[in-house]
Design a protein around this ligand. Sequence first.
Ligand code: NAI
Ligand code: MG
Length: 358
Amino acid sequence: RPWRIAVIPGDGIGQEVVPQGLRVIEAAATRFDIALQIEHFDFASCDYYLRHGSMLPEDWKEQLDGFDAIFFGAVGWPEKVPDHISLWGSLLQFRREFDQYVNLRPARLMPGLRSPLAGLQPGDIDLLIVRENTEGEYSNAGGRLFAGTPREMAMQETVMTRVGVDRVLHDAFNQAARRPRKLLTSATKSNGISITMPYWDERVRAVAAEHPQVRWNQFHIDALCARLVQRPQEFDVIVGSNLFGDILSDLAPALCGTLGIAPSANLNPERLHPSLFEPVHGSAPDIAGRGLANPIGQIWSAALMFDFLGHPKAHDAIVQAIEGVLDPRSGAPRTPDLGGSASTQDMGRAVAQAVIAA
Ligand code: NAI
Ligand code: MG
């Protein structure tokens, strides 16, 4: 049977980069003879919210649960809807309700990318951030008291469950085991956060014992950020809680020159529910609607989707096409974040053509 893919562009540049992702998906499906059934949805956007008073229809779970994958753009338009409402009302619901507990975010310094760090060669940054995606600091447990008084306060709890921590750690060790360097770094802050982070460290030690083929170490998140900037070559796979993984996965692609290329895979590894593939970046209201957005983050996310669905050749062909287009010797179009003046569409078309020609 064909793979069923739900397409949700969302807001802002999501509307511009998703069509380019689809163009490449169709090119790869043709090239490798992969049957797809694609359906489009307009919910999970701020315009949908303005029309309906909620980000999602009531039966969104039934509508989406039969799909194999969700191909998602970005959500958020703070002038229309506050960010915590748009994000909690859509993407965070998908991640939680579909139990997409592993968020994979690769970042590589490819030829043609200009790192803001001096003296780096292509390949010097080759990272895989594994972010816990369903609990941790993004718990929604807490509250506000004494509103409007001098005693006003806000509290929010971090939730770490044994099941939740162990399953993402196992996945991260397995990811590391499949890579040449077989090194896993854990992001912690057990010096300052005195209950949940020591628990995280304890589970890292326990889970590490079951993966003796992987070397591992740990850094406090602040020192880890500093070291990533100073010596990114030293890192391979980095696993972090929901918040730390979120922060690291913007830092890592920024060190590779642009947030516009970074992909992510929100995985339900057991395949009981659809997994979701989206760029790391958001809806970028500052550049939306002008054809300036780099579509590579969305396109690379399509590659991750093919890999998860069991089509590694389609994955590899898309990644090679991205590398080819980014290489300045190709003369291929480049969006402004890469120092060029090409449009989102031009770049998407170039990658799709490279996939077909591969
Ligand atoms: P952002 O990622 O949208 O933009 C940050 C900066 O990177 C901006 O200067 C933007 O122009 C640039 N940028 C982002 N993607 C780019 C691309 N493909 N090509 C070229 N430049 C690109 O983050 P920001 O500004 O903090 O958030 C904007 C909105 O997006 C907010 O509503 C936020 O909540 C939402 N957001 C949604 C996410 C998601 O749907 N997964 C993730 C992050 C933010
Ligand atoms: Mg983020």
